[in-house]
Design a binder for this molecule. Structure first.
Ligand SMILES: [Fe+2]
Length: 478
């Protein structure tokens, strides 16, 4: 008999896991699904199958993939758990036994499993590249699922060439078709190395480089421009000894400082140049580009990371993230990162038109709170429930907001309109959860007219738990 979920804000309200897998055909639609939008929108997120053994961290729940298939102006929905090695073990036991983020927080006979497992929770993101759909969770190998049935296929290793994790934020170059990704702590648990990989448009892993970092850091995202690859290293550190003492395996250590590794796109580890930067924390970058040796990076910058403790286990005060622009002059011998806040709104989950990734661009999109979320749980105590999508115009330095009111939104994915080439000639897709109805819906916006509200809403009769990232797979031939 499965136990009740314990009290924990990431197991309640919009975060609470659902206990079913289903297919829902021809969803009821308000408005009209655009006729030039055909493909599948995937959302990934943690959805623990069983109540956790101890404290629950949002990042540890079993991955569940939600797919909205759009074709001929109809929407079909399907959701499935990622059937990882951990999932199978626990399904057989009928209880949670493994914390994929902390081998010392497992039932003792599974500590070794947690140290050597290659599949993890597959719960953070998804990427469609070279005809494969991969679920990503930065501590483990990518996990392949069938793009239509969502059936689990297991770890994908690029024919045995990949032995490490893949970041949840690999980058697809829209011009070359290449996939560039990395793994942190690449040469062993809590080791100060990053592995950089390149995959050809055909799906062949062609390059691997190992870069030493100043300390073992959790690196969630990175930046690729037309001519450079950048790894910002901020002191969210991993420490095996600390974990063995029962303290947090990952913690914020500001005294260790921040710096950034910059290497040419065609370079190797020997070409890395380390530049200084002021202490800050960024989970997600909006985009980056370069011209004449000057690199521009936009990201949602925090003072310190949310959701991660201090080394002694005490909680960190929550801070807000705002869009910042970093400039780096590679022509200067003492170049460093210069960071400037460019927007007033609290922001996270930044996105761009994928055709303009790595290149000069004008339009960015992000999620944001406007403080109006209440729902059955009462007012949102941390202001952490994001109920708006914003369009930020870098040219006018202004933002346009659409608020869902008492509903929360997922990261909004930008999907180019078929047959178009202009930046922003696209739709924005997001899963929105109404906190009163306790149900979710797919919202589709005209990307450059977010303020006008959605052009179509496809309704589910159940809730998609708050998750992390998504992906888009166009219909073949589109
Ligand atoms: Fe992320």
């Amino acid at each position: 008999m499965a136990r009740m979920m314990p009290g924990n804000k990431f197991l309640e309200g919009p975060f609470a896991p659902i206990q079913m897998e289903c297919d829902a055909l021809d969803l009821v639609v308000e408005g009209e699904i655009p006729s030039d939008l055909s493909g599948t929108f995937y959302r990934n997120g943690p959805n623990p199958r069983f109540a956790p053994r101890g404290d629950y961290n949002w990042f540890e729940g079993d991955g569940m993939l939600h797919a909205f298939h759009i074709e001929n102006q109809k929407v079909n929905y399907r959701n499935r758990w990622a059937r990882t090695a951990k999932f199978y073990i626990e399904e057989k036991l009928g209880r949670n036994a493994i914390n994929p983020m902390n081998p010392f927080d497992c039932e003792p006979e599974f500590s070794d499993f947690a140290l050597t497992d290659k599949q993890g929770a597959a719960n953070t993101a998804a990427v469609w590249h070279a005809d494969r759909l991969l679920l990503l969770e930065e501590g483990h190998l990518p996990f392949e699922v069938d793009p239509v049935t969502l059936e689990s296929k297991g770890s994908w290793t690029y024919g045995g060439k990949l032995g490490t994790a893949m970041t949840a934020h690999p980058k697809v170059d829209p011009v070359t078709g290449e996939l560039i990704f990395f793994a942190y702590m690449a040469t062993g648990p809590f080791v100060n190395t990053i592995a950089l990989y390149k995959v050809s448009p055909q799906g062949l892993l062609t390059e691997q480089h190992i870069i030493e970092t100043p300390y073992p850091a959790m690196v969630h995202d990175f930046v690729v421009t037309e001519n450079y690859i950048l790894f910002p290293i901020m002191p969210l550190t991993g420490d095996l000894e600390r974990a063995m003492l029962g303290k947090p395996p990952f913690a914020w250590e500001p005294d260790r400082g921040a710096s950034i590794a910059v290497l040419p796109r065609n370079g190797t580890a020997a070409d890395v140049r380390w530049l200084e930067m002021d202490l800050c924390f960024v989970f997600h970058y909006m985009n980056g580009y370069d011209a004449d040796g000057r690199i521009t990076v936009d990201g949602c910058q925090f003072e310190r990371p949310p959701l991660f403790p201090n080394p002694d286990g005490s909680a960190n005060k929550l801070t807000e993230s705002h869009l910042h622009r970093w400039t780096i002059d590679m022509n200067s011998p003492d170049g460093r990162v210069v960071s400037e806040q460019i927007d007033e709104n609290q922001s996270e989950f930044p996105q761009v038109d994928p055709r303009f990734a790595m290149r000069a661009y004008r339009h960015g999109f992000y999620t944001s709170p406007d403080g109006k979320v209440k729902g059955k749980l009462g007012p949102d105590p941390d202001g952490a429930l994001f109920n708006s999508i914003c369009h930020f115009d870098h040219q006018t330095q202004s933002s346009t907001r659409y608020s869902f009111g008492n509903a929360i939104t997922s990261e909004a994915i930008v999907v180019p309109k078929e047959g178009t080439v202009s930046e922003g000639d696209a739709y924005l897709l997001s899963v929105v959860t109404d906190l009163e109805a306790n149900a979710s819906s797919l919202h589709i916006f005209d990307a450059l007219a977010v303020g006008d509200g959605p052009v179509a809403i496809a309704h589910l009769s159940h809730r998609v738990p708050a998750g992390f990232h998504g992906a888009w797979k166009p219909l073949p031939g589109r």
